[in-house]
Design a protein around this ligand. Structure first.
Ligand code: Q46
Ligand code: ZN
Ligand code: ZN
Length: 311
């Protein structure tokens, strides 16, 4: 397979785009495309301050690399979850994230959940009895809360996450199989800001996972290969595998599924644009973040319960 631009040996064949590119042209193409998506979906402007949520994985570190290459003011935020899983997961992912930042002279904020709240994520999940033995519900809640808190307290305009097309298509697949209207209405490359909640963007949402892997390797980014040990056997992975089968049989399936969804949403043909934004929210009486629950937000409510239970 030859590069479409220069005829040299191709690094990657992207059947859904009918295009193969060599290493040099591929690592140019990825940021060009990202810049295009940032503009197309109105994610952020050149003067806005971006906080990139980095986990030490290939997607978030590549996103940070791309935004810096494009000249954005992008700092990193690493959340220490205290997950070991027999592979020293949190420790290793933090080490690689810090190394990445140091080598490139980038600004990284590190928040350790255990230091901040007294318990690691697996312990919080255990004593709050949420999530049926899997810490992911508590983890997701804590990550969202902390990302919003840091973005607000440190004055960032926008919060960027490294979700790729495989992630987004899997979430969409799950929400479609269950017909969750609220989730379907909220899903997209941008979630607008609301009181105390930062604007959230996903600049990599149109890249396949294998494209991001190829980018990270081609750029020599050292990232953690292992997934979080709690991801194994999750619903999300099952949806990803199912979509991979469809994709293998029909290249481009994931991309079409996701893009047609965005199109249908935008045109209003499929969805009654009831309330896709964050109206009807009020400030949590404890932390001030916007919430739809009366009184405390879900995160503060969980902490209250944990405090009561451990007294
Ligand atoms: S980090 Fe947290 Fe994920 Fe690990 S505990 Fe679950 S939610 S799987 S993206
Ligand atoms: Zn080339
Ligand atoms: Zn709160």
């Amino acid at each position: 397979m030859k590069c479409k631009k220069c005829g040299e040996k191709a690094l990657l064949n992207m059947r859904h785009h009918n295009m193969a590119l060599c290493k040099e042209h591929f690592i140019e193409w990825v940021p060009e495309q990202t810049a295009r998506f940032i503009k197309k979906y109105w994610m952020f402007g050149p003067d806005e301050k971006v906080l990139v949520a980095v986990s030490g994985g290939k997607d978030s570190l590549s996103l940070w690399d791309i935004l810096v290459r494009l000249g954005y003011q992008a700092d990193g935020l690493y959340l220490g979850l205290g997950i070991d899983g027999g592979i020293n997961y949190s420790h290793e992912s933090q080490r690689l994230t810090e190394k990445f930042a140091q080598e490139r002279n980038l600004r990284l904020h590190v928040v350790d959940i255990e230091k901040e709240y007294g318990y690691s994520i697996p312990v919080l999940a255990e004593i709050s009895h949420r999530g049926h033995g899997r810490p992911c519900a508590v983890c997701g809640l804590a990550k969202r809360h902390e990302m919003n808190r840091i973005a607000r307290d440190l004055g960032y305009d926008v919060l960027a996450t490294g979700h790729n097309l495989d992630d987004e298509a899997a979430v969409l697949f799950g929400n479609t199989l269950q017909w969750y209207p609220e989730y379907l209405l909220r899903q997209g490359p941008v979630l607008d800001a609301a009181d105390g909640l930062a604007r959230k963007v996903k600049p990599l949402c149109r890249f396949y996972e294998r494209e991001m892997t190829a980018y990270a390797l081609a750029r020599g980014i050292e990232y953690i290969y292992e997934e979080c040990p709690f991801a194994e056997g999750s619903q999300q992975i099952f949806y990803k595998e199912s979509l991979n089968q469809l994709e293998n049989a029909r290249p481009g399936t994931k991309l079409t599924f996701y893009l047609k969804f965005l199109e249908a949403k935008r045109s209003g043909e499929l969805f009654v644009a009831k309330d896709a934004d964050r109206k009807g929210l009020h400030a949590c009486t404890q932390c001030g973040q916007a919430t739809s629950a009366p009184g405390l937000c879900s995160f503060c409510r969980m902490l209250e319960k944990v405090k009561l239970d451990s007294q």
